[in-house]
Design a protein around this ligand. Structure first.
Ligand code: GZL
Length: 319
């Protein structure tokens, strides 16, 4: 008996440990909590982007704290500060503009909460302030647009441009790429360039003003996104002109409605910018939280739709 007692505590510990480890293995994993600071709801693209993040979080049992920034950076900054105070496991930001992020990113770093920048880039001196960027290459999208135009303008040369939200990486890069392309094609002339803030309603009102100012001199419209192009089409038709014929239209996003407009001949070219980031974002967050390394920068491959492929593409467009 004495011998048995000698061994009992060890046996009990082994049994207890075994039980505990069994319990631990069976115990449901604590869901991760992600704070997501979205720009706002300015366009169909943004709506699809938000849906992708929300649906995927629900699929994976991720506890998503969502903040709609109402298109104001100060709201996004406040949301990130609140996520830090709530000690979320990770933060995702779709930065409405490129600058002004260092202080809040430094706070997140101090709190040891990883940050994933999604969609639009931030301009920071120290890119250790965020763990990963997952987005699109806006400069490439602008380059694809201007190169398509150079090949398909058919002698049209006078351009007006509808820019996206001022200060956003998307507007900055799409504008620069297009301007760099025009420098290689001096036959083109930029008549006017105004912002429509990526919004359909503003695309319409700004295009109305441009038509009043330049009239039939306008031969080409370059829009930084489809929502503004679709708004501009309303203004063009109300002016008694034919979009896609009297005025060539080149735009970016490739939302389903725009691809349908290409198939109908009202838009001539839309360059894709895929908003369905949900799976990639959470794969990356889950890897980071497991201590795995992830690529610092990754961007989607985008394709272009024009009269040669739009009709066939419409049925499979997901946003
Ligand atoms: C691009 C995204 C832009 C879209 C617009 O990734 O930031 O913002 O092109 C959206 O439609 O509003």
């Amino acid at each position: 008996m004495k011998n048995l007692l000698k061994f009992l505590p060890v046996a009990a510990i082994v049994a207890l440990t075994g039980l505990l480890s069994l319990r631990a293995a069976d115990a449901p994993k604590k869901p991760i909590t992600v704070g997501f600071a979205q720009t706002g709801a300015e366009s169909a693209w943004r709506t699809a982007n938000t849906k992708s993040l929300k649906d995927e979080a629900a699929q994976r049992g991720i506890n998503l704290k969502f903040s709609d920034g109402q298109s104001k950076q100060e709201n996004q900054l406040a949301a990130v500060r609140s996520f830090i105070a709530q000690r979320v496991d990770a933060i995702v930001i779709a930065p409405i503009v490129e600058t002004g992020w260092e202080p809040v990113l430094a706070d997140a770093k101090k709190a040891k909460i990883p940050v994933v920048i999604m969609d639009r880039k931030v301009k920071v001196a120290d890119d250790s302030l965020f763990t990963a960027f997952i987005g699109s290459d806006f400069y490439e999208e602008g380059r694809m647009a201007v190169e398509w135009l150079a090949k398909n303008a058919g002698g049209r040369v006078n351009i007006v441009e509808l820019q996206g939200e001022p200060g956003s990486a998307a507007a900055n890069d799409r504008k620069k790429a297009f301007a760099d392309g025009l420098a290689k094609h001096p036959e083109f002339k930029m008549l006017d360039s105004q912002t429509g803030n990526f919004r359909r309603a503003e695309g319409k009102t700004v295009m109305e003003a441009l038509l009043k100012k330049h009239g039939k001199n306008i031969q080409i419209l370059y829009a930084h996104n489809d929502d503004m192009a679709l708004g501009a089409i309303q203004a063009i038709e109300e002016a008694g002109l034919k979009p896609g014929k009297d005025i060539l239209i080149v735009t970016i996003d490739a939302i389903k409605e725009a691809v349908q407009a290409v198939a109908a001949g009202k838009i001539n070219c839309t360059v894709e910018c895929n908003p369905l980031f949900g799976p990639k974002i959470y794969d990356t967050v889950e890897k980071i939280l497991k201590g795995e390394t992830v690529p610092k920068f990754s961007s989607n491959k985008d394709e272009l739709f024009d009269s040669t492929n739009a009709t066939a593409a419409v049925p499979t467009r997901q946003y």
